[in-house]
Design a protein around this ligand. Structure first.
Ligand code: IPE
Ligand code: IPE
Ligand code: MG
Length: 251
């Protein structure tokens, strides 16, 4: 197996943005105030990642499980999302940020979908930097959707039954055409994955930080990248193999 290159800067960083509610509670504010500040942190992180050399930033913004929250909170989150997309479109176009989504976006409110489609369409040709929003996303639903689509393709003769490769199956995931995340960060001190990129993060590095999402700064992201650079990714190999790949002469 070829040893993947290990640059110090992760090409793809994915963040589980957590702690908006606690940030608000600490200040005696309603939860939605935390979400509002969370949107500011999204803006900061979007440009911080790009400035630090990251090529793709995936942000977990709303999970399939989050629909179970109080109706007023879900409504506020959808409202904030629509407003965010409305405000950001011009900025994304100006700054060359390509927007993509993962998740069952067809189940989002019509207004949000409209904004998403417009922004994705207007930014689709940018190649330098990509922001991926995980919206109504869950790894399990994504896997079910992929399995269904793959089964249909097999039945239609578009895929070969004897091709049991990950490379083929993974094209049916919503992350198709995106490389796997190299680094997954979760804020707010929780150390769980909460149904996020379970398959794609198979060999990702994880960094957990106690910082609540609304407080997350460029310095916090830089610290996570520094931690990442200290790690040795082995992909199932031995440390010696990683350091001295077979067939590659070391100086
Ligand atoms: C993350 O913050 C935002 C979403 C999940 C939409 P939370 O709202 O989960 O904040 P906590 O975990 O209650 O503090
Ligand atoms: C994960 O956060 C989902 C998002 C960040 C969108 P949650 O706050 O929903 O996760 P749990 O419930 O604590 O696992
Ligand atoms: Mg939470």
């Amino acid at each position: 197996m070829p040893v993947p290159p290990q640059p110090d800067i992760p090409a793809h960083v994915a963040i589980i943005m957590d702690g908006n509610g606690r940030w608000a509670k600490q200040r005696g504010l309603p939860r939605v105030a935390g979400h509002r500040r969370g949107v500011e942190a999204v803006r900061t992180a979007t440009y911080a990642a790009r400035d630090l050399g990251v090529k793709i930033l995936t942000l977990y913004a709303f999970s399939v499980e989050n629909w179970q929250r109080p109706k007023t909170e879900v409504g506020a989150l959808m409202g904030l999302l629509e407003l965010y997309l409305k405000k950001e479109l011009a900025t994304f176009v100006r700054d060359g940020v390509r927007l993509r989504t993962i998740g069952r976006t067809n189940e989002l409110p019509a207004g949000v979908q409209k904004r998403l489609h417009a922004t994705i369409e207007e930014t689709k040709d940018f190649t330098g930097y990509t922001l991926v929003l995980a919206l109504n996303y869950g790894s399990r639903t994504e896997t079910v959707d992929a399995a269904q689509a793959y089964a249909a393709a097999l039945a239609a003769g578009k895929e070969k039954p004897n091709d049991r490769s990950w490379a083929t199956f993974s094209r049916y995931l919503s992350t198709t055409c995106l490389p796997d995340p190299d680094l997954v960060i979760r804020t707010s001190g929780e150390t769980r994955v909460s149904n996020f990129l379970l398959l794609q993060a198979a060999y990702a590095e994880f960094v957990f930080t106690p910082v609540l999402w609304p407080d997350f700064t460029k310095a916090d992201l830089a610290a996570a990248l520094t931690e990442y650079a200290r790690r040795e990714r082995r992909f199932g190999l031995t440390s010696e193999q990683v350091r001295h790949p077979v067939g590659v002469r070391t100086p």
